[in-house]
Design a protein around this ligand. Structure first.
Ligand SMILES: [Zn+2]
Length: 310
């Protein structure tokens, strides 16, 4: 539950009063505040955090089930694009529902949940609700034994049934003109914790490694000018060229040592680093370093935009 059910249900009641108006899904992305007793691990668990939450209303259980599966698949794609492998995990419905809910778990020691999962199929359950324990045969496929792992919850989906519509007296007119109570679901992605999880899972000993899909910038432009006006001018020119082509650039034009610039660049973890120096200018191009692999290539000035578009 994302705890905005009491806000959203009356809104749906107002705007979706007929079977023609549903299914309908409403979402928002915003900050949430909780009096978190166990605030810890930086942005992994804080008293203020970003959350995407969505609520859906359906005429029939079948339609809800269809949408629920679709939402789960969409969430898995979101995590995949963030460079993560998330497991759909059986969990308790908590205070919001008596039914099972599903959490999206990413394996990382920085997480706070313990899960058991099967390596041979998709079965995965939070230890709090799992009847099977580590070493037991998988209850779904039976082909493997369950392994235990620590994981971070980066999202969840709940089948809320008719709890909130009933509590608010929300009914819609069905095809025959009778009053019917909709079935409700809610769906959340913890955007702040997702960032923390990406950092935990994808970082290396030098710092963060942002996947291009969520990186704050496309390119980190590093000039090694040493006060040389020609090199500064070349780097400035490249900066403008990149921006003209819609490329988001973090430009390090500080007058500090190369080693310091590279260390900071590694730490910040923008996917692609471009280096402009006396050497690269004399060769008519720039050095391109991929943060994730460390691969360095030399690209001529005329080919740089095309190269970055790949
Ligand atoms: Zn299995």
């Amino acid at each position: 539950g994302q705890s905005e059910e009491e806000i959203v249900t009356p809104i749906a009641q107002e705007y979706a009063a007929s079977y023609r108006d549903i299914p309908v899904a409403i979402y928002q992305i915003g900050q949430k505040y909780r009096d978190e007793l166990r605030a810890k691990s930086g942005i992994m668990r804080g008293r203020e955090f970003g959350m995407k939450d969505m609520y859906s209303f359906h005429e029939t259980q079948e339609d809800f089930d269809r949408f629920y599966e679709k939402a789960k698949e969409a969430y898995l794609k979101v995590y995949e694009r963030c460079g993560l492998v998330a497991k759909v995990t059986e969990a308790s419905g908590g205070a919001f529902s008596e039914k099972l809910s599903y959490e999206f778990m990413v394996l990382t020691d920085a997480g706070e949940d313990d899960i058991v999962y099967c390596a041979a199929c998709t079965h995965c359950a939070n230890i709090e609700v799992s009847k099977a324990k580590e070493g037991d045969a998988c209850p779904k496929c039976g082909k493997s034994t369950l392994a235990k792992a620590t994981a971070a919850e980066v999202g969840n989906v709940f089948d809320l049934g008719q709890k909130y519509p009933k509590a608010f007296g929300y009914t819609f007119k069905d095809k025959d003109g009778n009053d019917a109570t909709p079935i409700m679901g809610c769906y959340g992605i913890g955007t702040t914790r997702l960032m923390g999880t990406i950092v935990e899972v994808l970082s290396d000993e030098k710092g963060m490694v942002w996947p291009a899909s969520v990186a704050p910038f496309d390119v980190h432009l590093v000039s090694l000018a040493g006060g040389n006006a020609d090199i500064i001018a070349e780097a400035d020119k490249l900066y403008e060229l990149l921006r003209e082509h819609g490329i988001d650039v973090l430009y390090d034009d500080r007058d500090v040592r190369a080693g310091e610039k590279f260390a900071d660049s590694d730490l910040i973890g923008i996917p692609t680093r471009l280096i402009v120096s006396e050497k690269t200018i004399s060769q008519g191009g720039v050095e391109v370093v991929a943060r994730a692999s460390g691969t360095t290539t030399f690209v001529s000035d005329s080919a740089i935009i095309e190269q970055l578009a790949k």
